[in-house]
Structure formats: structure tokens, C-alpha cells
Design a protein around this ligand. Structure first.
Ligand SMILES: [Zn+2]
Length: 481
């Protein structure tokens, strides 16, 4: 597919494949193809700490003509036809003369790469990423090649299936948004609560089956609280983050493999090459980012001997707002904002959200009534309307939606007001229609709408278009837009 893309004139194809697809093998094959044609290749990695590992991996694949672009590195060899460089080093040095650039983890928008692309319009750049969904990536890359999806690879046995549970629901109503995701400090504050931490540990003891577990925390302080609580319960833990030295990481990895360490609490170690046999993921770090979420869950989907599945203990409500990772799909690269004066359409996708089993907290796929985990079947309610496979309680029904849900919904509606110029009255009416009350006590902070809000607004537009909505009565003209 990549060869076809390049042959048909694309200069900047993006190759999407999930963690576990065999990215190193694929990259090695692409490099070998280039070398066979007498071409030189530059392979870029997102951190200096990844250079040695990448070098080892390529050597293991039989690529030997490799140099490293990094001052004082023993493998510096400017004559080698394959050069490995970190984007940080590239930023400070002259760019190497090469015939092709492979950009690893290309969803991270590297300025140095974008500038290099702009300077050399004819030089082919191939992006590699499990999650090439960054805003504006389509302005730099010109083709999206989906080599495989997580869903495919699970179905074909190359990735592990998973079972997700939602044991606790944090109150994120006061957490603001920075660059599209939760404000880190505020999210840490919302998550670093004694009761929540205790719940994370007791849930793991009860349902974690003593599995090798990777726990995602918001920041260092939050990670420390979690470690303390696990230790107090007699569970051996370790901590890693992006600054952990490779040797230490290897040591911890070994202890993890032998069961000496059961739970590794981490902050943001997604691209640092954690290649372990993880069978349980604790999500204690809420995120609005499909990229981050997919990368996190990807750490638990590697197959291994004797591994039947991965248990996801989601204490962050992420699965319920973003859906299963297997349902996240983008057919095109994001082209970013449209020309000045025109607003880009908000992305509206009908992701079918899983629903929590009220008996065992298992997150059931949309539309599944009887819990596959515990067999519990909730009583059917008549005041529930089905919209795009998701259940909404309609006006008049007793709502058990908590404050956080209401705040998210309200903030989402305010975002539509900002984006589309709708009045706040429109938002208030939409809110009342959904919850049967006015959003009086909620904070007027716009935030990117979650799937729930987007689906609701979209469904009400469909109702309006069909002429049987209540919008006409309230004069909700914006819905016609
Ligand atoms: Zn259940």
C-alpha cells in the first residue's frame, strides 16, 4: 500500500497501524526497500532515549549500515546510508542529506519535521503512527494508509481482547481544558482523593486477579499516592516515567516479568518502548484525547502465552466518554482549520458508547442488555429513547445523571454556541430538554463536546429536520443550520 501510494505521486504518506502490529519490522522492510534501490534513509525518533533501542532493533532485523546523529555517540557514522536521529538533535543540527525520511510516532507534530518538509517538497516523508489523529496533520501529510485496525488485529488473534470496567466515577466538573485535554494540575487534584485512591486499590485486589498491571496516573504526586496505597495493601509496586533511565526501566521490566513487582505506576510512558506482558490496565488518568487513550489501552493489548485478555479498570470515565478503542475510527487525516472567516465543522461521530452494568460495573457494548460478565439484566424502562444505539433518558424520566455529566454536557453546549454562534438560550433549552432542569448552578465554561453531547445535538438536529422535534416551539432556529 505504501509503495502504491508513493508510486501514485504522494510524497507524504502516513502509515497507521496499532501498537503490536510490528512497526519495527515494517520500518525495517521499508528501509531495506530503499537501500536496495541505492537510496539513503533517515529514521527519526521522538526522544533521544529511544535512539539506542531503535539501533538495536534495526540491527536485529539485519540492517547494519546505520549511523546515529547525536554528538559523542559511539555509533556516529556520517557515511552510513541509514541515519537514526532524534527530533531534538535534528532541531539543533544541520539536516542530513538523505533520500527518504521515516518519521516515527508521527502523530506528535514535530516542528522541525514540518519545516524540513516545507524546505524539501520533493523529499518523501513517511509517517508512522498508531494514532495519526492530531489536528492539522493533514496539512503536512497527503495520504492515510490504514494498514490494520485494533479491531482487525484482535479478531485475527494478533492483539489481545479486553474487558473494561468502570468501578468509580470521578468528579471532573471543575477540571478545565488545556490544548484539548484536561488541565493536568486540576485533573490530578480531582483524581488524587483518598477515597478514589483507596477504591483503585480495593478494586484491583478484588478484580485485578493479581495480574501484571500498568497503572496510569496524572502526575508524579498522584502516582506517589497510588504507590503508597498499593504498598499499604501489601502489593509490590514500581514507578516509571519518561525520565526513567533505560537501565532502570529494564530492571523494573524484569521484576515485572517475574512477578516480583505487580503494579507499575507510570506517568506518560507511551512512546518509551514499554514492551511488557501487561494483563491489566488501571486508568487513573482521565483524558479527552483519543490519541492518548488509544496509546494507553494499546499497552495492554499485546498477546502473550497464557494470556486470554486484558482487564481494564477504568476509574476515569474515559471509556464511557470516548467509547471502546476498537470503535475509534478516522478515515482521513485532520485538515485543521478551514480558511479564515469560515469555521471548521465540529467533528460529529456516532460512536456507540458502552454502558455500565449496574451490578458488576462491566462496560457492556452499546445495545447489549444482559451483562456478558455477570448475567445481570436491568429492568427495561419505557422512558428511555434510543438514539444511534445509545440510550438517553428523555425529559420526565428520573435522571440519575451526576453533576459531572451535567457539567460536561453544559460545557459542550456552550462550545457549540462559541463555534456556531448559537445563543446561550439555545444551549439552556437543549440542556433543559435533556435533563428536565435549567443549568443554573453549573459553570459557564465551554469545552469540546464529548461523544454524548455531540450525539445528542446531532440527534436533535435529525429530529428537527424530520419536523417532529420540539425545537419549533422554542424557536430553536440554530438547529436548522
Ligand atoms: Zn455485570
Amino acid at each position: 500500500m505504501l509503495r502504491q501510494s508513493l508510486a501514485s505521486g504522494h510524497k507524504r504518506p502516513m502509515l497507521q497501524a496499532p501498537t503490536g502490529f510490528g512497526k519495527t519490522l515494517t520500518a525495517a522492510a521499508v528501509i531495506q526497500m530503499a537501500l536496495d534501490k541505492g537510496n539513503r534513509v533517515c529514521f527519526t525518533v521522538p526522544a533521544i532515549s529511544l535512539i539506542d533501542q531503535t539501533l538495536d532493533e534495526f540491527r536485529a532485523e539485519g540492517i547494519t549500515d546505520i549511523g546515529v546523529i547525536q554528538a559523542d555517540h559511539p555509533a556516529v557514522d556520517w557515511m552510513a546510508r541509514v541515519q537514526i536521529a532524534s527530533v531534538q538533535t535534528l532541531a539543533r543540527r544541520a539536516l542530513p542529506d538523505t533520500d527518504m525520511v521515516l518519521v516515527d510516532e508521527a502523530h506528535q507534530a514535530f516542528k522541525v519535521i514540518f519545516n524540513w518538509m516545507a524546505d524539501r517538497p520533493k523529499l518523501p516523508f513517511v509517517g508512522l503512527s498508531a494514532t495519526p489523529w492530531t489536528k492539522g496533520l493533514g496539512k503536512h501529510y497527503d495520504d492515510l494508509i490504514i494498514a490494520a485496525t485494533t479491531r482487525d488485529l484482535i479478531a485475527r488473534g494478533f492483539l489481545s481482547p479486553f474487558r473494561a470496567f468502570a468501578p468509580s466515577h470521578p468528579d471532573l466538573s471543575g477540571v478545565g481544558t488545556v490544548a484539548g485535554d484536561y488541565d493536568e494540575g486540576q485533573a490530578a487534584e480531582a483524581m488524587d482523593k483518598p477515597q478514589l485512591t483507596a477504591d483503585i486499590v480495593t478494586t484491583w485486589l478484588k478484580s485485578g486477579e493479581n495480574r501484571p498491571t500498568l497503572c496510569f496516573a496524572v502526575n508524579r504526586a498522584h502516582a506517589r499516592s497510588l504507590e503508597d496505597e498499593f504498598r499499604a495493601a501489601g502489593v509490590t509496586t514500581a514507578y516509571i516515567d519518561a525520565n526513567t533511565e533505560r537501565d532502570d526501566r529494564t530492571k523494573i521490566g524484569r521484576a515485572f516479568a517475574t512477578g516480583l513487582v505487580k503494579v507499575v505506576v507510570n506517568v506518560g510512558v507511551l512512546t518509551t518502548g514499554i514492551d511488557w506482558d501487561v494483563r491489566c490496565i488501571i486508568l487513573a488518568r482521565p483524558t479527552k484525547s483519543e490519541i492518548l487513550y488509544t496509546q494507553i489501552i494499546g499497552r495492554g493489548l499485546r498477546t502473550a502465552d497464557g494470556k486470554e485478555d486484558c482487564i481494564i479498570l477504568d476509574h476515569s470515565d474515559t471509556t464511557q466518554t470516548l467509547g471502546y478503542v476498537t470503535d475509534i475510527k478516522h478515515e482521513k487525516l485532520d485538515a485543521g482549520r478551514m480558511a479564515k472567516g469560515r469555521k471548521a465543522e465540529p467533528k460529529v461521530r456516532a460512536v456507540k458508547l458502552p454502558k455500565e452494568c449496574t451490578s458488576c460495573t462491566y462496560l457492556k457494548p452499546a445495545g447489549v442488555h444482559v451483562c456478558p460478565e455477570c448475567g445481570f439484566a436491568p429492568a427495561r424502562r419505557e422512558d428511555v429513547a434510543t438514539v444511534d444505539g445509545e440510550l438517553f433518558q428523555v425529559q420526565g424520566g428520573k435522571t440519575k445523571d451526576d453533576r459531572a455529566t451535567k457539567q460536561r454536557f453544559w460545557s459542550g453546549l456552550l462550545w457549540y454556541c462559541d463555534e456556531r454562534g448559537y445563543s446561550e438560550g439555545w444551549a439552556s433549552h437543549k440542556f433543559k430538554e435533556r435533563f428536565g432542569m435549567w443549568p443554573r448552578s453549573l459553570r459557564a465554561v465551554p469545552a469540546t463536546p464529548d461523544v454524548h453531547c455531540r450525539n445528542y445535538v446531532r440527534a436533535s438536529q435529525i429530529r428537527y429536520a424530520k419536523g417532529r422535534g420540539k425545537e419549533q416551539k422554542t424557536g430553536g432556529a440554530p438547529d436548522a443550520a
